[in-house]
Structure formats: C-alpha cells, structure tokens
Design a protein around this ligand. Structure first.
Ligand SMILES: NC(=O)c1ccc[n+]([C@@H]2O[C@H](COP(=O)([O-])OP(=O)(O)OC[C@H]3O[C@@H](n4cnc5c(N)ncnc54)[C@H](O)[C@@H]3O)[C@@H](O)[C@H]2O)c1
Length: 403
C-alpha cells in the first residue's frame, strides 16, 4: 500500500482525536496541519509534534499532501471539500457533507470527474448497535425492513455552547442556530447504513424554540431557523418507514445520546437509552445483547481538557466486543478512541482507501444519501410538514472496488 501524506484542516477539538491516529497509522508518511488561528495552530502542532503547518486551506491545497482531512466548523465543509477536490486532494470530512442539495451534487460531480476518494467521517456508522444490526440484516435475521427509528438527542447546554464559542467569535450564536436537520447523519445513517436502502420522501415537523438565549429564531442565525428540535418521517426505497429525531433542546443526558431501534418481518432490535434487546418470531423470549454492545469507557486515555466536561464521555469511549478490532493496525492498540470506538475505524478506512485507491464504506454517494434527507426534511418543516421527494444521487461510478 502506498504511504500517504495527510493535511488536517482545522486544529479544533475534534481534529485532536484524529491527528494521533493518522500519525500512528502505518499507511501514513506524514501529517501536516492547517488553521486560520495562528496561536491554536502552533499549540496543536506542538502538542502532536507536527512540523509542517499552513495558514489555511489555500496553502494546504498548494502543498504536496495527497489528502485533506476537514475538521472545520459544520457549516464550512462543502466549499472547502470542493476546493480540496479541485486541487487534486482526496478528502475526509467530518459530518455533515453539506447543507444544500446544490453542494451535495457539486461534491459528487467533483468526485465523479476526478476519481478521488471522498469519505464522510460519520461516527454512527461504527456504533456497536449499528454494526450489530448491519451484521444481522445482512444475514437475513430481520427479514424485510419494516420500520426504524434513530435519534441524536443533544441539548445545547451539554457542551455545545462552549463548542460553538470555541471558534465562533462574537457571532457564535448565528452559527449555533444551525437547523438540527442540517446535521442529520448521526441518526439517518444508523438505519440506512444497515439496510442499504435510500430515503425517497420525507415529512418533517419542527419545534419552535422558546429558550431565552434566542439562538433558534427567525433572523437570529445564518439560516433564519426557528427550530431547535425536528422530527422527520421518511419512506424508504425498500418499502419501509423510518423516524428520525434531531433534538438540540431536550431534557436528556446520559451516555447514550445517539441510539436506534429497527423492526423487520422476522426479527427486531430495540434500544432504549442504555439497554439493547433482540427479538424474533423464532426465538421465544427477548435476548439481552447489551454485553456485546457495551463500550469500554475511559480505557487508557484521559480526555482533552479543552473538551467541555459534558462532551468528554463521547471523546473517550472505546471498543465494544462487537467491533472487529483485528482489522485495525497494531499501532492503534491502546491508543485513544472515541464515539463508541468509531474513531479508529474511520481513520483506518480513510488511510486504506486512499493508499489502495478503493471506495471506503462511507463514500461520497453514501454520504449524500445520509445527508440529503435532512436537507429536505428542514424544508418540509418550514412548510408545515409537507411530504417532499428526496433526490436519488445514484451510486458509485464504474471501476471502483470496495475497501
Ligand atoms: N461525532 C461526530 O461525528 C463529531 C463530534 C464532534 C465534532 N464533529 C464535527 O467536527 C467538526 C469540527 O468540530 P470542532 O468541535 O473540532 O470545531 P472547532 O471549532 O473546535 O474547530 C474548528 C477549527 O477549524 C478552524 N478553521 C475554520 N476555517 C478554517 C480554514 N478555512 N482553514 C483552516 N482552519 C479553519 C478553526 O479556526 C478551528 O480551529 C464540526 O463539523 C463538528 O460538527 C463531529
């Protein structure tokens, strides 16, 4: 496998979870770092002993890196992705891929034209419950897909104020009001990455926010968005149905703020907070599968002190028994992980995909399929729940082999 050079764009909180993994991966020759904040750039480069730094995207695009891993704020991703692809760089991008259909299509067009790897860093794809359901669905244990539900419940007071202030300057509230359904992939990918079907139609309702911080109000944010919580019902291309909740103002805490349930004609998986059960027509009783899906918390790692206390659990949660740890590079053993063990798999997928020039599991077309339902859902919520069609972005161009 060809060793690759990765340039990390954005030296913020999330990037710090991935820089050590990219550095340790045997398929990586060097890691460079870019940030528009010179002081943060210097600090993070020093912490991780990175000697090659750049003042921003343009400089990084002119460098000799093979790939750019984007960890900038959520509303900046699409134009930066397009610029990086146009500069001939493979792209890894934290979610979301984009928040307009035009940008989703523009990224796909660049990927089709260039033949470069694009990968979305969707952590839910490697959550234990998603892996469990994907394995059992592939074996036929669910039968036909009937209904799925997934949610990302994250109140703004749980670390989000600090996260948005970290890079948002005095205008941080204008970005914090990002429509919840523009960040839909933690929930949407849990169901669609299991069945492989796409969402074809969506109807969504929004909760008009009333909080005194005034973040979610018409005129108060860049998207004129009044909704802090959004609930979407979708029709899926396999004849099934799903419900996705993206909540940012919700009385919910606890470790598990991203979880799912799925019902098929033969078997079902139900997850409530921290309990997971399997049930089927053939097995007489409920099967508790929580041991298999339990993540090892806080193993071998201390959370970054820059990360708000209420977010730290997420940033240090590690592998569960269901994870195929053997496929990871030896070098990752005992290294930091996070978001239920997903970080190491995402970093490994990207390095291998670029080095071997293969399609990673969360390739551009899957990223589009996980992201577009939310873009249309928000439009539906603004129209009082009107059922709207979701475009079909198709699948990978011919010639790709899968990782
Ligand atoms: N579970 C998950 O998938 C998960 C978890 C946490 C964060 N995230 C995502 O990761 C991304 C980063 O989050 P974060 O909390 O680290 O943000 P952050 O604000 O801490 O960091 C973003 C960094 O990008 C830099 N930046 C902005 N524009 C730039 C440019 N043009 N060139 C170079 N640097 C630039 C900023 O200066 C800042 O240092 C967000 O999109 C967030 O949604 C995903």
């Amino acid at each position: 496998m060809k060793k690759i050079k990765i340039g990390v764009l954005g030296a913020g909180m999330f990037a710090k979870s991935f820089i050590p993994l990219f550095k340790a991966h045997p398929g990586v020759e060097k890691v460079a770092l870019a940030d528009i904040d010179p002081e943060r750039l210097r600090q993070v480069a020093d912490t991780f002993r990175i000697t090659e730094t750049y003042a921003g995207l343009e400089e990084l695009c002119r460098s000799d890196v093979d790939a750019i891993a984007i960890f900038t704020q959520r509303h900046l991703h699409a134009p930066q992705t397009i610029a990086a692809l146009r500069a001939g760089k493979h792209v890894y991008c934290a979610v979301p891929m984009a928040h307009s259909l035009e940008d989703v299509e523009a990224i796909l067009e660049e990927v089709r034209r260039s033949g470069l790897v694009y990968m979305s860093g969707e952590t839910s794809y490697y959550y234990p419950s998603t892996i469990y359901c994907r394995d059992r669905f592939a074996k036929g244990d669910f039968g036909d897909f009937v209904y799925g539900e997934a949610q990302y419940l994250h109140d703004l007071s749980h670390g989000f104020y600090e996260a948005f202030q970290h890079s948002g300057g005095s205008d941080w509230k204008k970005v914090a009001g990002f429509p919840p359904m523009y960040y839909p992939t933690h929930s949407v990918s849990m169901i669609l990455s299991v069945t492989g079907a796409r969402a074809t139609q969506v109807s969504c309702l929004g909760y008009r926010d009333r909080h005194e911080d005034g973040i979610y109000r018409e005129g108060a944010n860049l998207w004129n968005n009044p909704f802090s919580n959004e609930t979407a019902m979708v029709r899926t291309s396999d004849g099934g149905m799903a419900r996705f909740n993206e909540f940012r103002r919700v009385g919910w805490s606890g470790k598990n703020c991203v979880y799912m349930s799925m019902f098929g004609t033969q078997g079902s998986f139900e997850e409530h907070a921290d309990s997971q059960v399997w049930s089927s027509l053939t097995h007489g009783s409920l099967q508790d599968v929580s041991e298999l899906l339990h993540s090892n918390d806080y193993v071998n790692q201390e959370a970054d002190p820059d990360i708000p206390v209420s977010l730290r659990q997420d940033f240090v949660s590690s592998l569960s028994p269901i994870h195929d740890a053997d496929r990871l590079p030896r070098e990752f053993l005992g290294m930091p992980n996070g978001h239920f063990g997903s970080h190491q798999f995402l970093a490994d997928d990207f390095v291998k995909a670029v080095g071997q020039h293969k399609l990673p599991p969360i390739h551009a077309w899957n990223a589009a399929a996980y992201c577009a339902p939310g873009i249309i859902a928000h439009e539906s919520a603004l129209r009082g729940g009107e059922m709207l069609a979701i475009p079909d972005f198709g699948g990978p161009t011919a010639g790709w082999s899968k990782l």
